[in-house]
Design a protein around this ligand. Sequence first.
Ligand SMILES: Cc1cc2nc3c(=O)[nH]c(=O)nc-3n(C[C@H](O)[C@H](O)[C@H](O)COP(=O)(O)OP(=O)(O)OC[C@H]3O[C@@H](n4cnc5c(N)ncnc54)[C@H](O)[C@@H]3O)c2cc1C
Length: 406
Amino acid sequence: MIGAGIVGASCAWHLCKRGADVTLIDSELPGQSTSFGNAGCISPSSIFPFSYPGAIREVPGWLLDPLGPMKIRWSDALPLAPWFWRFWRAGTARRVAEIAAAQKTMMASVTSDYDEILGETGTESLRQSNGLILLYGSEAEFDEESYHYELRDRYEIPWQRLTRAELEAMEPDVRLGEGIAVLDPAWQHLLAPGDVAGKIAESALGNGCEWLHDRVTRVANSDSGVNAQTESGRTLHGDFLVLATGVWTNDLLVQLGHKVPMMAKRGYHSMLAGPNVNISHPLMQVKEYIVMTPMRDGLRVAGTAEFAKIDAPPDYRRSKVLLRHAQRFLPGLGGSEVSEWMGQRPMMPDSMPVLGPLPGHDRVLCAFGHGHYGLTQGPTTGRIVSDLIYGQQPHVDLTPFSIQRF
Ligand SMILES: Cc1cc2nc3c(=O)[nH]c(=O)nc-3n(C[C@H](O)[C@H](O)[C@H](O)COP(=O)(O)OP(=O)(O)OC[C@H]3O[C@@H](n4cnc5c(N)ncnc54)[C@H](O)[C@@H]3O)c2cc1C
């Protein structure tokens, strides 16, 4: 198992539970990469792709404002063009319907898959099930989202427009002004997402999993399975190899003759240990594309999207501006103990993960590309991968998630 983020840790956990001999390999400690600093939300209603009819027209604007909610670095714009072409193709009405239908099957079990993994790893206390509140600055801002609300209705995804009094009772520190608030009751959040991934890995280790803190540099088929070589010079042999390597997957995939159109869609967070305000639900500020999540160690403001090369340096102006944006609805937000972070969402142009066997390498399994929803879909992916390795039919039809769609 290469990669010990929420996806790899969950795969290892499910496999060890069934008695498999697993080696979990990562150059970082479990849960400390992208799975550490995200907004912490389990979002089963997120079934729609980021591309939709007309979305591509917004892309040129993303080149202009360096601190806007979406940003493409000029220097990286040309190499990213083929990805945006695929992004555009994923946004036709027909593809949106296909993607939503596929994601709905995957999302149908994320809550129960979390019930199982949190319950059995003793981490249930790190989850809260309060729903999410979406915030819009005005009726006009809300109307701009009408396409998404029509889709929600079509796919029977519950949402409820809150009255001013309801919002005030739920979140007294929020100042809505002339704005609109909407409740999505299905969302849950984790109070420390990195710790949850770490504890899942720890539980797998307690169940016989071996841990290797190393970087895999080479992968290749062998007569009876798959070989992996590490930076420190070790060679490992396994019956199966799972690639749960997030945004770094192409480094290994090319060695097996494949490459996927995956992009690093960066996000940032700023976290305030003593934020001066109290919230009990994650709040999504839709226009600025940020989520404010109450966590164990403070209030986390996470989000924005920056398209850049994997090894480009972080631009921490983007994490600083998050706090300023968050004051739009939380004017009391303040405090000085701030930590900043940047992470890279492994983003496929159609917003769907890549799951299942690698063509030509039946013993290599893909478990990557979860983009915005890796935290949400990690435990479900773990269950699917373990079913595949044990020769059982997964509960989700994997055809739409296959690497062959590219
Ligand atoms: C700002 C932000 C907010 C987000 N909010 C949410 C949210 O609220 N809800 C949600 O569902 N998702 C959210 N996400 C997305 C989510 O964080 C990711 O989809 C998820 O963490 C991906 O998990 P992963 O296990 O695939 O990758 P990672 O956590 O990145 O793990 C991959 C691991 O593979 C290791 N690796 C790679 N190559 C090698 C190699 N050759 N050898 C050894 N190890 C290797 C890496 O070191 C890394 O530890 C957010 C992301 C960002 C950036």
